[in-house]
Design a binder for this molecule. Structure first.
Ligand SMILES: [Zn+2]
Length: 242
């Protein structure tokens, strides 16, 4: 693809039409995957963090585990090399807004702008855009979820396992909560901006593997193709809202 150097403006980027399978568009909100297979999706929010995220990537790489990162757009703009490493190592990038606001307090234009600025930054870093989003604090009204689904074709991804690592309960507690609560189709929430969370990961990941689960990305646990393998149609540019 030759669009990497085009410097697409946000509005044009928002109009990029991703050829997703039809079933993607049926998912407006996802908390877990409807599967009986022993697969789970590990997700990390709020990065990239210049110190903790590379350590986490080392931990994942050593286990050949693919995760999904819900990135904050302004962090993407600051650390594009880390985002590139994520993609090079098989991880999926999701959209976690530009500046991590409570979206429920924003109007439609601002909500879409938060997403578009982030997708644009991800596109600049890795020449792909996220195909799912996660709202900061999990806060997004039903009406807003439908708006994002309709306007940007992105399902809202929540989670079914929350170790509450942001409360800093300690690495051992984070690890045991993740291991004990994992289930078929689980989408597991964590934050790679916290050092204790990253320190918990070797024990957490090995524990989940020992229980017989495999890790995959959010798109793939939902039965879709690898997000990096999706075909792209370049923007026609002028129809974006926002
Ligand atoms: Zn967040």
């Amino acid at each position: 693809m030759t669009s990497a150097t085009l410097g697409l403006p946000g509005a044009a980027l928002a109009a990029v039409d991703i050829a997703q399978p039809a079933e993607t568009r049926r998912n407006i909100t996802v908390t877990a995957a409807p599967t009986h297979s022993n697969i789970v999706a590990m997700t990390f929010d709020d990065g990239p963090h210049p110190k903790h995220t590379p350590l986490l990537l080392d931990i994942l790489k050593a286990r050949r585990i693919r995760a999904t990162f819900y990135l904050i757009g302004r962090n993407v703009a600051r650390y594009p090399d880390i985002v590139k490493r994520m993609v090079d190592e098989g991880h999926e990038i999701g959209n976690h807004t530009w500046r991590h606001p409570f979206l429920t307090s924003l109007g439609n234009t601002s909500v879409l702008r938060e997403l578009d600025r982030t997708s644009e930054a991800v596109y600049k870093a890795v020449q792909r855009i996220p195909v799912t989003m996660r709202p900061p604090y999990g806060a997004l009204s039903g009406r807003q979820r439908t708006l994002i689904h309709t306007e940007r074709d992105m399902p809202t991804i929540l989670w079914s396992v929350d170790p509450e690592d942001w409360r800093r309960p300690g690495s051992d507690v984070v690890a045991s909560r993740i291991v004990d609560r994992s289930h078929a189709g689980a989408i597991i929430l964590s934050h790679d901006i916290h050092a204790p969370t990253v320190r918990a990961m070797p024990t957490a990941l090995d524990g989940v593997l020992d229980r017989g689960y495999r890790f995959t990305t959010v798109s793939m646990i939902l039965g879709h193709r690898d997000w990096t393998k999706l075909r792209w149609r370049l923007p026609q540019a002028d129809t974006a809202t926002g």
